[in-house]
Design a protein around this ligand. Sequence first.
Ligand SMILES: C[S@@+](CC[C@H](N)C(=O)[O-])C[C@H]1O[C@@H](n2cnc3c(N)ncnc32)[C@H](O)[C@@H]1O
Length: 234
Amino acid sequence: MSTHEYRGLGDIIVTARPFDEYLAMFDLRPADLSTATALDCPAGASGFAAGARAIGCEVTACDPLYTGMTSHGELVARARRDTAFGNQYVADTPDTYVWGFFRDLDDHLSRRMAAVDAFDRDRIANPDRYVMGALPHLPFGDDAFDLVLSSHLLFVYPDHFDAEAHLDGVLELARVASGEVRMFPLVDTTTRPWPGLEDLRRALSARGHATEVRHVPYEFIRNGDAMLVIDGVG
Ligand SMILES: C[S@@+](CC[C@H](N)C(=O)[O-])C[C@H]1O[C@@H](n2cnc3c(N)ncnc32)[C@H](O)[C@@H]1O
């Protein structure tokens, strides 16, 4: 252990989960995506858009840090730094993680860094598909996407968003979805389940959005093996 005391990850970092990790986290098969329109929000430096585009998905990535191509190099450099920081966090808090999807720390680091590379190439080739936006106000029309994916923001950083911000954020994701919103994981970076989940589900139900907590065939943060599925048609 390092001498650094962690109380969860703290600040929101820019991560880069690769396409195959997204498939596992959201229990998707490539065929689910090949004819779909999809949104990844927040996308950070993830490799989802690159991988989905390669199999025919009409995919958009959205994040507040997509401020312009002039700063793209800085964002890629930050994603590399944050990916290295995240790998150190895994090393320093070993009880928080379950090995399986990743073999070990080196495998974790190299696959996440490869995702930064995929993000870098795909954003340079498709700058219009990386759109600046922040929850709870996204720059898309109602029902714009068949599938909306949201990983590692709401539920994961409870110090940054209160219950109201969670509800506003999820309602906004649902507004832009004509099909499902899938959100993962439902625990924070100390493995604690987000305590407001059942109240949130009741509030969504009252607004006409059916929800389901669905088990997925993936776990990296311990206890993080379920997603929230929200019917976008409210
Ligand atoms: C931990 S990363 C997750 C990225 C990606 N989903 C992944 O799993 O690799 C969190 C991202 O949330 C973005 N973010 C922070 N506040 C946000 C907001 N209000 N709305 C949308 N994204 C936000 C950050 O810029 C950061 O890139």
